[in-house]
Design a protein around this ligand. Structure first.
Ligand SMILES: Cc1cc2nc3c(=O)[nH]c(=O)nc-3n(C[C@H](O)[C@H](O)[C@H](O)COP(=O)(O)OP(=O)(O)OC[C@H]3O[C@@H](n4cnc5c(N)ncnc54)[C@H](O)[C@@H]3O)c2cc1C
Ligand code: SF4
Ligand code: FES
Length: 784
């Protein structure tokens, strides 16, 4: 929670907060922004930093009431708290001595963020001219502050009620005419104002920096919501900016993108105004869980000894059919976010366990990336000793309830199960899930404090499966572990990507609680590379080793015309709005989703299936999955693909988008596609799709969601000197120790391999933990 230490009203709609955030105040620089979230159901709002005071530990933001959230913010007073205050984000402004004059132009609310830049330019010995503009005198603020650091200050008001009458851009033109030594102009304010200033400076070519506060979700480069076109290239304002060369910005496109949620925002505001009293008294309904937090499974009496195996157990003596997984019917589940697969009951699980031959040389085990003793846990289940079965699972897999739900067993352990030679293989994943669910709330987890606490400290960056597995392994060996997570919740893709109908949140929360019980500290809202750097962690902050498990969270776009249209999402953005920000529970939650009725999802992996199925549940009338290869090459889990088909998703195989078309107001009206044919295999071993001549057609859609995979987020690499990354930005490691090129820094998961799977990320986290223990000279006492 973050305390508002001071509130000052500037005019009817503008106010200032000083927020107590000592770490942010120490790290922030002019040009940075922060993300604020008021409460559990609030949206994440980017706010450009207007000032900061490291010795008081405060950060100043100036806010104008425009929509529901900012109106709610206006009701908070000094002494109130807000839930999240994340920063500093973005790149600091490039402020230096310029041997001439710098003109700083602020319009309306933009007057506030331009102030720290003015002060910094002045401190660098530049001559400064400030032009600050307001609609009228009543809205004016900080004239005295600007005068202190400006060699010349011009105040303009649109109505002439104070200072010079007219726009700041007119004043800028006069200043340029009178001052031939102007080296740089910085303009911050409404888009039309920044654009007008850029047009004033364009003829003389004076560098003009603008700050683009586009619509954001995470603010860390994960979703692509904030994308802007600069010099014809797509940039993410939150990581590539917010400062850009104004002469290269496509302002018209950005102006249309800023209207993406106009409709939702108007509706939210109207609701807030007319129903605020009712909303205030509204009780938040409990989160819907398809399973209660504690298992309701009635435990059988364990058999004293293993039941007599059907000796010799062989393929002819086992039940040929798999125990079916009970599921919500497709026509019901496509309208809710409750879990689709309901889990085996005891009888079904025992039936399925009987299908395991308990092979002497089990082929399933090498197929499991973390080497679970599969026949061992199934044998314990056969003799109804579910607690023992759980302990066997947990000894190698920290998150069995998660893996039992989302692991692609059909291409791992089940693919190599010998039963699969004749019948369907043993349903190992379903049994894993059954046992893990049975364990929930029964206190079967052991939280061993190490036999000899090591006094060593390790930092984990990222709380996805790689980070969680690494943390668990270190904590088991007595290391004091702190996980630093950029988002306001822990879990990584498990939380923001995979929807609740596949992986309910409480399953992840239960696993994270177990880690906390082992002493692992989790610091949310902490972006490493921004709030703290890796050198700081490994230096002054006293961590002997650190692990980077930041995932491959940066979305890919197809780089075809029309991607800036409103209605085009990355799957990361779409799923984050729905899953992490609870957009599906509007109006109780504030984050809009902005999806239309006819949706195309491009790609056919797990992420694409999730996007398709979420779109159906969000009320899409038609969802079409467009994939340039065939079903055979689709990387999605078979079960997810089948579920999507059952729920009514349409598939267009051998089809690729070539252009997204839109209307003059900036909204998608269709997607031009072409049919593909499969050619020779490419580097991935899959046959290369080639366009079929003359096959173009227009798909009638109003929403396009890209699920084309992800790439490495650059924040850690940019801020860690000496860290080696490959040509795609993924971190290079030593295969044995998992250490990076920086001593004491280890890495694993998607940030090393590129987008992969939960279990591979966990395996990588665990493996790196061994390297870290060795590096820190921690005795493992045989536990690792
Ligand atoms: C929609 C979707 C569905 C998927 N479905 C499946 C599936 O069914 N089965 C399967 O096995 N795999 C699936 N995957 C893939 C799987 O989720 C990933 O391979 C796995 O989560 C990678 O784990 P990780 O720990 O490396 O990274 P992540 O899960 O991405 O976690 C990284 C964490 O690091 C945080 N972070 C990033 N940068 C910083 C920073 N600078 N400072 C602090 N924290 C930071 C992020 O916020 C995030 O929480 C899916 C992926 C997606 C996107
Ligand atoms: S390979 Fe199949 S049958 Fe053999 S032990 Fe593994 S799960 Fe059981
Ligand atoms: S807000 Fe910039 S990428 Fe998500």
């Amino acid at each position: 929670m973050f305390l508002i230490t001071r509130r000052e009203q500037f005019g009817p709609t503008t106010f200032l907060w000083d927020v107590q955030a000592p770490d942010v105040a120490r790290a922030v620089r002019p040009g940075h922004f922060v993300m604020a979230r008021l409460d559990q159901h609030g949206e994440r709002i980017p706010l450009t930093v207007a000032d900061f005071n490291a010795s008081h530990g405060t950060v100043t933001v100036v806010i104008q009431t425009v929509g529901k959230t900012t109106i709610e913010m206006a009701t908070l007073r000094q002494g109130d708290f807000i839930l999240d205050f994340i920063g500093p984000l973005g790149l600091p402004s490039h402020i230096r001595e310029l041997d001439g004059t710098v003109v700083l132009v602020g319009g309306g609310l933009g007057v506030a963020p331009i102030f720290p830049q003015l002060r910094e330019y002045k401190n660098h010995g530049n001559r400064t001219i400030s032009i600050v503009g307001f609609r009228n005198r009543d809205l004016m603020f900080w004239e005295d502050r600007f005068r202190q650091f400006s060699d010349e200050l011009i105040v303009t008001t649109d109505d002439g009620s104070y200072g010079r009458k007219g726009f700041v851009s007119h004043a800028l033109a006069d200043v340029l005419a009178a001052n031939p030594d102007v080296r740089e102009v910085v303009a911050i304010g409404p888009l039309p104002m920044m654009k007008a200033c850029c047009e004033v400076t364009r003829p003389s070519g004076i560098p003009t920096i603008v700050s683009l506060n586009s619509i954001m979700v995470d603010g860390t480069g994960m979703c692509g919501s904030c994308r802007v076109t600069v010099d014809g290239k797509m940039k993410f304002a939150c990581v590539d900016g917010a400062d850009f060369d104004g002469h290269l910005v496509n302002f018209d496109e950005l102006a249309l993108r800023q209207k993406r949620f106009e409709h939702e925002e108007k509706a939210a505001l109207a609701r807030y105004r007319t129903e605020s009293a009712a909303l205030a008294s509204l009780k938040m309904p409990a989160e819907s869980h398809s399973l209660p937090p504690a298992s309701t499974c009635t435990l059988p009496q364990p058999a004293a000894a293993a039941p007599k195996p059907l000796v010799p157990k062989n393929l002819r003596s086992i039940p040929p059919e798999r125990a079916p997984m009970p599921q919500q019917p497709p026509e019901v589940r496509r309208h809710n976010f409750d879990e689709v697969a309901l889990g085996l009951n005891l009888d079904a699980a025992l039936h399925e366990s009987e299908r395991c031959l308990r092979c002497k040389k089990p082929r399933c085990v090498p197929g499991c990336p973390v080497g679970i003793d599969i026949p061992g846990f199934i044998a314990a289940l056969q003799r109804k000793d579910i607690q023992r079965s759980y302990q066997i699972l947990k000894s190698t897999n920290a998150l069995p309830a998660v893996c039992g739900r989302v692991c692609p067993q059909e291409s791992q352990c089940e693919a190599t199960c010998v039963v699969g030679a004749k019948y369907q293989p043993v349903a190992i994943g379903r049994l894993e899930r059954f046992v893990a669910d049975c364990a929930m709330g029964r206190g079967w987890d052991e939280f061993p404090s190490a036999h000899v606490p090591s006094q060593k400290k390790a930092a984990i960056i990222g709380s996805g499966p790689a980070g969680l597995a690494c943390a668990g392994e270190l904590a088991r060996n007595g290391v004091q572990v702190t996980i630093f997570e950029a988002l306001h919740v822990a879990g990584g893709v498990l939380k923001y990507g995979i929807p609740e109908f596949r992986l309910p949140d409480f399953i992840i929360d239960a696993e994270i609680d177990n880690l906390k019980k082992m002493g692992v500290e989790i610091r949310l809202d902490t972006v490493i590379g921004k709030l703290f750097t890796i050198p700081q962690l490994l230096g002054d902050m006293g961590y002997q080793a650190a692990f980077v498990g930041t995932g491959a969270g940066s979305p890919k776009f197809a780089q075809i015309p029309g991607e800036a249209y409103n209605g085009v999402f990355s799957a990361n953005e779409f799923l984050t709005r729905v899953n992490l920000m609870r957009g599906y529970r509007q109006p109780l939650y504030d984050t809009p989703v902005g999806m239309g009725k006819r949706v195309a999802v491009v790609g056919a992996g797990n992420t694409a299936m999730d996007a398709c199925r979420v779109a159906l549940r969000m009320g899409a009338e038609q969802v079409t999955c467009v994939y340039r290869r065939t079903r055979r090459e689709s990387p999605a889990r078979t079960e997810e693909l089948e579920h999507a088909i059952e729920e009514g998703v349409q598939f267009m195989w051998l089809t690729a988008p070539v252009e997204i078309v839109g209307d003059p107001s900036g909204w998608v009206t269709g997607m031009r596609c072409q049919k593909m044919e499969l050619g020779e295999p490419d580097a991935s071993g899959r046959r290369r799709p080639l366009p079929a001549a003359g096959s173009e057609f227009l798909l009638d859609v109003d929403t396009v969601i890209y699920a084309l995979g992800t790439t490495a987020n650059p924040i850690i690499a940019q801020t860690t000197p000496g860290l080696k990354v490959n040509q795609w930005g993924y971190i290079e490691i030593d295969e044995r120790t998992r250490m990076t090129s920086v001593a004491g820094l280890f890495a694993g998961g998607d940030i090393v391999t590129g987008a992969a799977t939960v279990i591979l990320a966990m395996g990588a986290g665990k493996h790196a933990a061994r390297g870290m223990l060795e590096y820190m000279s921690v005795s493992t006492g045989g536990t690792v």
